[in-house]
Design a protein around this ligand. Structure first.
Ligand code: DX5
Ligand code: ZN
Length: 219
């Protein structure tokens, strides 16, 4: 199956958000990646429901919502109402992760868990069968444009091996420092979905960069 490209609107030009949304609509991108940060779970504040609503109004592709917030349960219904197709919560922010996953699914969304760079993949073993996707953070969450952490390759391979045993259809998404120079190796390691902010929005031709990241020679 062909891999998924999810441009992160965190790197978009918010003064021209509709233009950037249309660029993604008209590109080979698969999803919109939406980074919600609360200034508590991560040392940055991004945006919340007003921006989510604006994206939902114009986006013609599924919204992949990455919640970098504490107490996500409190807001899941509202994100679902505002068009989230997939909701990712952080392992590190959920005391009762199983309950949170069930809550996401009860609102008709796909359920996903993100792991910070220091969190081992084995911690997901007993919940993997319930998940649609796992997001491997390949930078410390909070900012776009950071350098990819190389150890992420081992985590992806380990997770792919674990998924092959328990849940072969699991989507493995990589988020942080993904670019045209490491995407092939990430596909080989077993990742199937790729978030890219800086790599796309800093490119001279954004649509072409999305096409280049999407159309890799089969690996
Ligand atoms: C970081 C966010 C990422 C970010 C990725 O905390 O979760 O989605 O937008 O940006 P790049 O691709 O620039 O590393
Ligand atoms: Zn993200």
């Amino acid at each position: 199956m062909k891999h998924i490209i999810a441009p992160s609107i965190l790197s978009a030009d918010f003064a021209n958000l509709q233009r950037d949304i249309e660029m993604i609509n008209n590109s080979e991108a698969d999803w919109f990646h939406i980074d919600v940060m609360d200034g508590v779970f991560v040392p940055n504040i991004s945006f919340g429901f007003p921006v989510m609503k604006a994206v939902n109004k114009y986006a013609k592709k599924p919204l992949d919502v990455h919640l970098m917030i504490v107490n996500p349960d409190q807001y899941i219904e509202e994100f679902a109402k505002n068009g989230a197709a997939i909701i990712t919560v952080h392992y590190e922010a959920c005391t009762h992760l199983h309950r949170t996953i069930q809550l996401i699914k009860s609102h008709g969304c796909k359920a996903s868990v993100a792991l910070n760079p220091h969190t081992p993949v084995i911690l997901l073993k007993d919940i993997l069968a319930d998940l649609d996707m796992v997001l491997i953070m390949s930078v410390n969450p909070g900012f776009g444009g950071q350098q990819f952490i190389e150890q992420s390759f081992n985590k992806i391979t380990e997770l792919r091996n674990m998924a092959n045993e328990i849940h072969p259809d699991l989507i493995i998404e990589v988020d942080g420092g993904v670019s045209i120079s490491n995407i092939d190796a990430l596909i080989t390691a077993g990742a199937t979905a790729f978030v890219a902010g800086n790599a796309i929005f800093a490119a001279a031709d954004q649509t072409q960069m999305i096409a280049d990241m999407k159309n890799r020679p089969e690996v």
